[in-house]
Design a protein around this ligand. Structure first.
Ligand code: 3PY
Ligand code: MG
Length: 264
């Protein structure tokens, strides 16, 4: 059975960098899988990507020796089961704001005795290049469970969330986090409340042996966050990278406004 090398890196205490796939497009998934990122998260929360397209993307990503992850539309057992059973190597769960929400995500993602994931499916085993029986026996050691910390409510109960057994990563969504503070949604800020929240997640995650993560806009920000101790780093998205470069060319040539429309 193939190994989830992104999870293995995080467990060794190393950083692991990837990006978001927001386009419902198998060709871009295949090409992005060959760039060199450790993992790619297929984004089902804020995009038109459906489960069938996502399943094909997971196969193309895994087939190119990259780790396929899925951000589920919301923290439900049905969402988590569908993406894991169709071959994602891990889940990114939005808005985990309490211990019971973190426990529910872990329960849906892990087979017994750690959770209550239902037995079924074929594509998970195919993506790990094994048979279903071996997959069921070993999946708990390979599936990455990422809880998004993106609300002031989650910052307040970080200790309770991060001590949930089976949780691998505490990943800050800076846009929703700043939004929940009643501020403009941004990837980064010098605002004291935001900086204190980020520092609190970093310290509390380390204390509980959970890998701290954060979404950033570019490679400089990724390097800075890694130096601070963050491990699971998402750099913008494939659409963000494409539009940033296209906007730069358009601006250089004085064409139109050269506007970048995608955030991530
Ligand atoms: C946010 O910034 O809110 C995110 O969800 C980033 O992934
Ligand atoms: Mg968010």
């Amino acid at each position: 059975m193939k190994q989830n090398h992104a999870r293995a890196k995080l467990k060794r205490g190393e950083p692991s960098v990837g990006t978001w796939l927001t386009l419902p497009d198998r060709v871009s998934a295949r090409l992005m899988a060959r760039v060199g990122f450790d993992w790619l998260t297929v984004e089902l929360e804020h995009t038109p990507i459906d489960f069938e397209t996502a399943a094909d993307c997971f196969a193309l990503i895994a087939g190119n020796n990259c780790v396929p992850l899925a951000r589920v539309p919301w923290n439900t057992g049905e969402n988590i089961k569908r993406v894991l059973d169709t071959g994602a190597y891990g889940i990114v769960v939005p808005m985990v704001n309490s211990r019971s929400e973190a426990e529910a995500a872990v329960r849906a993602a892990r087979y017994q005795p750690l959770g209550e994931r239902s037995i079924g499916g074929q594509l998970h085993a195919a993506n790990f290049d094994t048979d279903p029986g071996t997959y069921y026996a070993r999946a708990n050691d390979e599936i990455l469970v990422v809880a998004m910390i993106e609300h002031v409510k989650a910052i307040e109960v970080a200790e309770e969330i991060f001590s949930v057994p089976g949780l691998d990563v505490a990943f800050i969504g800076p846009n929703d986090l700043t939004n929940s503070m009643g501020k403009k949604p941004v990837f980064d800020s010098d605002d004291k409340q935001f900086k204190d929240a980020v520092a609190h997640v970093l310290k509390t995650a380390k204390k509980h042996g959970v890998a701290p993560g954060i979404h950033v806009l570019d490679a400089d920000a990724a390097q800075r966050r890694i130096k601070e101790g963050f491990q699971f780093i998402a750099i913008t998205s494939e659409a963000g990278m494409m539009l940033a470069k296209a906007g730069e060319f358009a601006r250089t040539l004085g064409l139109g406004a050269g506007k970048t429309v995608a955030k991530y």
